[in-house]
Structures are given as structure tokens and as C-alpha cells.
Design a protein around this ligand. Sequence first.
Ligand code: CA
Length: 723
Amino acid sequence: MNPLPIRKTHAFLLALLSTAAVHADTAAPGRGGGAATVDGARIAAADSEPQNWLAHGRTYGEQRYSPLARINDGNVEQLGLAWAFPTATTRGLQASPIVVDGTMYTTGTWSVVWALDAKTGRELWTYDPEVPRAWGRHLCCDAVNRGAAVWKGTVYSGTIDGRLLALDAATGKKRWEVNTIDRSKPYSITGAPRVVKGKVLIGNGGGEMGVRGYLSAYDAVTGQLAWRFYTVPGNPKDGFEHPELAEAAKTWKGEWWVGGGGGTVWDSMAYDPELDTLYVGTGNGAPWARDIRSPGGGDNLYLSSILALDPDTGRLKWHYQTTPAENWDYTATQHIVLADLALGGKTRKVLMQAPKNGFFYVLDRVTGELLSADKYAPVTWASHVDMKTGRPVESEIADYSREMRLIVPAAFGGHNWNPMAFNPKTGLVYIPAMQPMGTYPPSEEFKRTGKYSRRDMFWNPGIDWNTAIDATLDLMKQMGGTLPPDRGYLKAWDPVLKKTVWEIEHPAFWNGGLLTTAGNLLFQGTGDGRFVAYAADTGRILWALPTSVGIVAAPVTYEVDGEQYVAVMAGYGGAGALTSGDPRTMATGRYVNDGHVLAFKLGGKTAMPRIAEKDLSIPEPPALEATPAQLENGKYAYMRTCMVCHGALVVSGGVVPDLRMLNAAKHSIFKEIVYDGVIHGAGMPRLGDLLTEQDVRDIHAYVAARAAEDRAAALAAAKPAKP
Ligand code: CA
């Protein structure tokens, strides 16, 4: 095993009944007949057709709870593979498949869309939007997609380069396509569209690259833009696009629009048909550092907020900001769940969210009133949320404008996009929780000059990577060579009692989303490559199967011909896997990350796909001449430009190539790859506009030096011990 010089996990351093509904079997699987009648009434009445998974979180309320119970805590040990569909990908798979009357619609790496026979896994059609791979440089967190939406015979899906697609559900042929972004800016789409009242809702990502967030609504038939809600104000001189922005602008200072402001709507949405209200989560500030983003302070609305919108007009009904003056990449884009809870002797219509900042929020979704906010994970940046003001009370260490701070949770959050689930029978919310610690060093440039050049606009959130790596290495020395690991949990949270009822620690910190069912079951895939069924009430493991591929997506369940299936996309990826994966704890550290859709049923007898083991040996790198100053420059340039995908200290999480293992041929064209972009078609963008040729030479020297260091250590460890 290759010794790691550091726990990489620090390294950030360091996502009405329809007649057709009750006769599900009348629609022939595979011909899209069922998809033709999916509309708001069918989705709103999803419980009347539990055999289907009609919307992203199954229902508009996104509980990810299924009333199906044919598979239950008494028989789940008979679960076996029904079918596996190879996606021919080795990067992250994050989608929640949609299943309508025997047909599954799902998405994968580089925004490819598939329709599969949900009973057999047979491919019905594939649509490849042919995303230019060079767009990869605009991605914070892998070339992922979290799924499609289906509405009246059309499949809607976003592309990583900012387009919205409408595809014929029966054939996969494109009906229309719209560009949703300013293509000169580093936007991306990873989230799943939702369709409400004939409008397709889609946001975007790019908060780490310097963009302005918004949510767009397009007419489902024509693709015409119906409305757009910007989450942060632009330059007031240009006028405000809608009245809410005039209010928001009072909470910003300086020239915030230059850096975009952030607040991207990159994942969570939910809809209450009775209240006719759309709920949307917004992202972090751009840049993260608030003193740079909005010098002089302010809450910076509507960053890190939950917005309640009128779905017809996009007008704001109310908002709740989880993290005023956001400063730590604390998005509120995490999964929003709607439920009715008995609180204080009354049934309240609530909205629940466990955003990155570590507090579990319960809001009255009618009024936006804060009902509770309690720590579901360790939190050091705030002592508590003041229930009178609804605001977090920041601790002394929260401010890193003058000196570096170690803060929990780090930018990965106490919980990321990986969906949580709510089971009305147990009353529990299941959270794929994390405990990451992170270093937040202030920008030395900003401290010194009061200015921030954002010279790259590339992973440039206003903190100082150079300081971060040096400080982390220093800290490791003080702590005897290692830092406490980031931890990953499955937590069962009682939103009424406001406490964790049980929790299970996983080997890896970055794990899959959740599905819970009326069969007292809870399903989750793990980063170390297992698919597990737990008792929903107690957390007891009832069944587990090695997958050899790490799982981050959430499972779904459905029935075809009277048989229940549980399906999940297996393919590790996303921020936690790329930037900070610890390969020792993750399946990607050992196995090729071969993507599949896996579908299980009782008595399934299909053999699991054979996943190849990786060759982890480090070839001898070329001897490159570099001065100590050049190696230092190489290290910093690597951290600024390469780390976000290839991992801190040149140790990859295994989703994209580990540069220590480059072969001689790749070494010989290192400059052509990095500076000129000769393999951009494979997803490695040209970086010649961000780096000088000397930077690239220095990065190469640093990469070769790291390879030589770890190769020597591996060879020493492999030598037989002396007798
Ligand atoms: Ca972010």
C-alpha cells in the first residue's frame, strides 16, 4: 500500500389520480406509453401508483420514501442482482432514476441520458449531448448529473455545459434544446430538473468559479423562458431584473457583482401542490471569503437560503437564510424534504433541510417560520441558532479574515448533495452525514493590499491555497505525522425530538444517498463499495453486498409485473471523491471505477459485474531538473490548478488519473497535455491561459518528485523484513 504523507480527507485543504396510474401494466414497458401521461396530477398522487418513481425524490415533497413493502425487513436477505447495465463510465454517477410503467430514465457522466427496460436493464435508447470535454475546467465537482425529469412524454435533462434538453420519451430523439447560461462564464448544470405546472425548473453551478446564481423556468412544450429568479443582485447600475433584488442589494457592499456573488441553485427543489409553493435551496457566496466578496459586511441575500417561490411567476413568498454572511462554502442546496410533523400538539406542515453548515432546520413551510435548528453533526463555527432572531451565533473562530482557522464542518459540509430520506412510519430522517475539518486561510494578497486579483477565476474562493498546504503540513508535524480523519456516517435523526437516534460510522467519509420504504427498510451504497439494507427503525444491517464500486447516488424502488426492484447507480465521484478522497478507505483506491446501474430483486440470481483491480504500482518517473524554488512554485501551482480534480499532494481519489502513475508516454507530452490541451477530448482541459510554460514545467517537476517519493516508500515497504 502506498503510504500517504497526509490524510487526504483534509485536503480540501488542505448535490388526483390519473386513470393511467391505476392501470400501470397497460402501458407497454419500453415504448414510453406510460411517460406520455405523466403530469402534475399523477406526480401529486404518486402514492396511488407506488410501482413508479415519477419524480426526482419520488414525490413533489421529495421524502424518498416508498410505500412498497414486498421487499421488507423479513425477507430482504433474499435480495440478489436482477440486472446490471454497464454505463461505460469511470467517473461519478449521481442520478436518481425515474421509473414510469416499466421504463427507467436515468443520466450519467457528461450528461448522457438513457432509457432502459426497468425489468431487464435492456437499453431502449441513449442520448449523448456531446458535451465538449474541455468544459471540464469549469466544474468544481466532477462531470456528474443527478437525473432527468419526465412530463407528458418528454424527458428533460440538463447538460454539464449549461443546456436544457427535451427528449422524446419513446425514442430519445431531441425535441428542443435551450442554452440556459452566459457561455462566457464558468457555469455548469449537474442538478435534476423538476417540472411543475408545465414549467421545467433548472438552476446551475459554478460558485467556486465566480458566477451569479439563478433559477430558470422554461415552458415544457416550447422551451421558452417563462421566468428567472436571480438569487443575488447584479450591479445596481444595470437595474434589477425583479423587485426582490432591490431588497437583497441592501445586504451587500462593495462591488460584489465582479466576483459573481454566487448563490447558485445547483440541486435542491421541492413543491407543495396544496400551497402551490416551490421551495429552492441556494448556494454559497462567490468568493467564499465574505470580507473580499462584500467588504464592509452584510447578510448577502439570498446566499445559503431556502426560498419559497410562486411557481407561475417566480415571485418570492418568503425566504430563510441559513447562513447570513456566508463565509465557508456553506450551501443550502442540500436536499429539501416536505412532511407533516406533530409538533407541540399540532400537526405542522414543515420543510426540513440538513445543509452543509451542520444545523438541521425545521421550518413551517406555509410561513417560513423557523421551528427548530439543531446540530446534527459537530459544528465549531457557531454555538447555536438564536430562535428569537433565527440567526446563528458565530463563534470566535468563525472569522478567518486575519488568520487561518480550523473549522468543522469544512467546505464538504456536515452533509452534501447526497440525498437524505424521511420515513413517516419511523418518523426519522436519514442523513448521509459527515465530519470534515478544514483549514480556512485568509488571502495573503487581500490582507496585504486590500485587493484580490482573482487572477485565475479558477477555484479561487478567496482563501489562500499556498498557506493552506503549508499550514496543514505544519499541523501534521505538530500532531505526529497525521491528522484526525474526516468521518462519514449514516445518521437517523428525529426531527421532533431534535436528536440523533442512532448512527453508523462508515469506512469512507463520502457515501451514498438514501432510500427508505414501508417495509421498514433503509438502503444506502457506501464509498468503500457496498450496497446495504438496514432496518429503518433500529439501523441493524439486514443485508449487504460488495459492489467493488463506490456509491454516491441514492437508490430508488419500483415494481414491474408484481415484482419489486431496488436500483442504484454505482460509480464513485463528486467533490469528496476527487479533491479529498482517501484511497485507503474507498473502493476507487483498489478497483476500476466501472459505472453500472444495478437493480436488485428477491431471488435475483444474476452474477455481479466483474470489476477489475487497479495496478497501483508507481512507475519510475523521469528525472526532471528543478530548483527548490521551482519545485515550490510547482507545488503551489498544482494546488491552485490541479488539486481540485487530481487530489491534494498528487494523491488521487481514484476517479480521475493519479498523476503519480503517469506512464513514460504521458510524461513525454506533459506540457502538451496541460498547457496545450492535446487530450481535452478525454476530459483534461487546456490550462495554457491560467499557467505559464514555466508553471507547467514546475508542476511537472513537482508531480515527478511526489511520484519518486511515494515510489521509494512503496519499494521500501515491499522489501522483506530482515531476519
Ligand atoms: Ca460550493
